[in-house]
Design a protein around this ligand. Structure first.
Ligand code: AMP
Ligand code: MG
Length: 410
């Protein structure tokens, strides 16, 4: 099976995403309590097990009486609050006071809002007789058997409330992937340290942690010296299959320099390299490997390249493992509010930008200035990546462009 994996020497963005999505089948489903289900993807379609509402309920605070009763004056024979269950047949001239949400005492009734009656000494007199019955009918929201949410739906507050109302307290979602993240770079120090000459603070560990946190994943993160043997020792439990891993991220050393050993490291750990490079920048030296159902990414260390690779390729894998029906990036279209300072590039560029919806409802993109894939400051304002085709020059304001919002997981 492994040998059938096509290897793409240099994949386009779309080829890379398609390949990654194809390699990641949804992980095993597990039931989770509603309190832990927010943001996760349903693995089963949810079918209403019963009618919603489950019985006829009053839609108003008022009085219920027989719909075929032509009376103007009624005797109030009971007072029903939400939660009460006191079935009774009403006679001509009888009414029950009823609260919003309370079960109707019998069929064939109507409710009149209390504002439309005068009540005195246990009797009511109608001021008018509305046509509306003011009843929330059993099953009017959903009949038993109706599909209410499809497999693959991301659970938000609204859907969770619906599941709660149906007693669906353990929705099944994909288990979370086990993620290892190793970082190399002899120049790196912890963010709380003062870098010495020639050193910089590690920002990629934080970037990866934060992005994975958006998917509810806490990675096993290790910073290592830039030495293949040391890295191999740290990954020995993964190589020997002693520690389960679904996703191995290796930050730094993904290129072809003399110290770039990610490719060889992944191969030694049993991964077949399926993508050697992508035809896009930043993030061109991306490496993707697969070992059975596990995936490994060699991520170029430059922070902007890191950001792009995580947003485009790693998120595709995470969504596919969650069981999202279309896990590849959902590209959108918007208008350029300003031209990007494009330098004609031989490959596609993923240009950091800010997108917004204008008060008139237009999706507008403001391309942000950046110098190289080593830039960091642009990450403070970017919430989108624009796809700039190869050799693009002189894009005009108003041009329709494709972009990916980077401020949401889906
Ligand atoms: P590499 O991919 O290891 O060749 O690194 C490319 C560039 O990214 C170099 O300038 C590194 O200093 C920088 N870099 C690598 N890892 C990190 C990191 N964890 N945080 C910030 N910069 C990094
Ligand atoms: Mg390095």
């Amino acid at each position: 099976m492994e040998s059938n994996v096509p290897t793409i020497a240099e994949a386009s963005i779309d080829e890379a995403c398609r390949c990654i999505a194809g390699l990641c089948s949804p992980l095993e489903a597990e039931p989770v309590p509603l309190t832990q289900a927010s943001g996760r993807c349903l693995r089963d379609s949810v079918v209403a097990p019963e009618d919603l509402p489950p019985f006829d309920r009053s839609a108003m605070d008022g009085y219920a009486f027989r719909h075929d009763d032509p009376s103007i004056r009624f005797v109030v024979v009971d007072r029903l609050r939400a939660g009460d269950w006191r079935p009774r047949a009403l006679r001509i001239g009888e009414a029950v006071a009823i609260a919003t949400g309370a079960a109707l005492p019998s069929a064939g009734l109507q409710v009149i809002p209390r504002e439309l009656v005068i009540e005195q000494e246990g009797a009511i007199e109608l001021r008018q007789r509305p046509n509306e019955r003011y009843i929330r009918r059993q099953g009017e929201d959903a009949h038993a058997g109706t599909v209410l949410a499809r497999a693959g739906t991301r659970l938000n507050a609204g859907i969770l409330a619906l599941l709660a109302s149906l007693g669906y307290t353990q929705p099944r979602v994909a288990r979370k992937p086990i993620v290892w993240h190793i970082l190399t770079g002899d120049e790196l120090v912890e963010p709380d340290q003062v870098p010495g000459p020639g050193q910089i603070r590690d920002s990629n560990a934080t970037l990866v942690r934060a992005l994975l946190a958006e998917h509810g994943i806490v990675p096993h993160q290790i910073r290592l010296p830039e030495d293949e043997m040391t890295c191999l020792r740290a990954l020995e439990p993964v190589r020997r299959n002693e520690q389960p891993v679904d996703l191995l991220l290796c930050s730094g050393g993904a290129s072809v320099g003399p110290h770039d050993f990610t490719r060889s490291l992944l191969t030694t750990c049993g991964f077949d390299i399926v993508i050697h490079k992508v035809q896009a920048r930043p993030g061109r030296p991306l490496i993707v490997g697969r070992r059975k159902s596990a995936l490994a990414f060699g991520l170029p260390g430059n922070p902007l390249a890191h950001f792009v690779c995580l947003q485009i390729y790693v998120r595709t894998a995470l969504r596919a493992w969650e069981g999202v029906p279309n896990p590849e990036p959902c590209w959108r279209t918007g208008r350029l509010a300003a031209p990007p300072a494009t330098k004609s590039a031989p490959v596609e560029t993923l240009w950091p930008a800010r997108w917004q919806v204008t008060p008139t409802g237009m999706v507008e993109l403001e391309p942000l200035p950046w110098q190289s894939s080593g830039d960091l400051t642009v990450l403070a304002s970017a919430n989108a990546l624009i796809r700039v085709p190869p050799h693009t020059i002189n894009w005009e304001v108003g041009t329709l462009v494709r972009f990916l919002p980077t401020d949401s997981v889906s």
